[in-house]
Design a protein around this ligand. Structure first.
Ligand code: MN
Length: 306
């Protein structure tokens, strides 16, 4: 096959970023790169007891992107924006993922799990048939920055027992991928596997930092997986589209992801489920009747019983 301009990416090696006269242009031959199919700006909102959020998935702009039901960024140095936290509330029928970059949150739930989520940690909670939990800031002031992602479960697992994976930063491996520095939270890249395992939708969850003039390139994400890149800092260019911080890039079909910096993104991919979705508040099921049942079970105390 002839190489066309679309299949070549020129990036400067990381050594060139500091201005070294010896910077060597690096050439990446990309394999069927995923193009940006849409750029979704965040919607400012509040949730929990009044936590200020930037919602990229789960708003009117983008209700869901199978299997992703919600993606929120919380980022503030003002305590009023986060201090009230997320007191006790239930979930049923899906999985919640919390990714912390700055600050600390304390998690407690009806199963008896308790965890302190510090900077660099990731928590993957499978609500299954039901869990009640709280997520409260463990700081009075200072910067708080993180994400919450909701991932759907197929019908056959919606009523499964709850499961909790809490990974400290020390168990999250870092690896260089082309010029980028990548923290591997889930999935596998450059022969490096993230600590979150055994999840139905086989997710890839990467915290990717691309230096100025540098390139990220990966071809490990399965072609059929829904793939999104939330740009958290700077701006990243995918093919001919440049996406700035506070925007979600939805990536189309393809066999690789490539981006040039400078910027930082949360790159997430997972297998779509392809089932009907009925959702209301903290419950995500297949039918309206199952949602009604979830509310009834929560009111009668059956949501968290065996
Ligand atoms: Mn929750």
């Amino acid at each position: 096959m002839l190489l066309s301009r679309r299949t070549l990416l020129y990036g400067l090696g990381a050594t060139g970023v500091a201005g070294s006269a010896l910077a060597m242009p690096r050439l990446f031959r990309t394999r069927d790169p995923r193009a940006v199919t849409s750029v979704v700006p965040v919607t400012a909102t509040k949730d929990g007891a009044g936590v200020a959020l930037r919602r990229a998935i789960g708003s009117q702009t983008l209700r869901m992107l199978d299997p992703f039901l919600l993606l929120d960024e919380f980022k503030s140095e003002v305590a009023d924006d986060y201090i009230k936290g997320f007191p006790n509330h239930p979930h049923r029928g899906f999985e919640t993922v919390t990714i912390m970059l700055k600050g600390a949150m304390e998690h407690r739930d009806s199963v008896g799990n308790r965890g302190l989520l510090g900077p660099g940690s990731v928590q993957w909670m499978t609500a299954g048939r039901g869990i009640v939990h709280s997520e409260m800031p463990k700081q009075e002031d200072g910067a708080m920055w993180g994400f919450q992602l909701w991932v759907n479960l197929p019908a056959r697992l919606k009523m499964s027992p709850p499961r909790y994976q809490d990974e400290a930063p020390g168990s999250v491996p870092e690896v260089d991928v082309a010029d980028a520095r990548v923290r591997v939270l889930a999935g596998s890249i450059a022969r490096t596997e993230g600590p979150v395992r055994g999840v139905e939708t086989a997710p890839t969850l990467l915290d990717v930092t691309v230096p100025a003039g540098g390139t990220f390139y990966a071809d490990e994400i399965p072609g059929g997986h829904t793939t999104i890149a939330y740009v958290a800092e700077g701006e990243l260019t995918f093919g001919d589209r440049t996406v700035s911080a506070g925007n979600l890039a939805v990536l189309g079909p393809g066999r690789s992801v490539s981006a040039t910096g400078a910027g930082r993104m949360l790159l997430v991919a997972a297998a779509p489920i392809g089932e009907p979705v009925s959702r209301r508040g903290p419950f995500v099921m297949n039918t309206d009747e199952e949602i009604r049942q979830a509310y009834e079970d929560y009111r009668s105390g059956k949501l968290v019983e065996g």
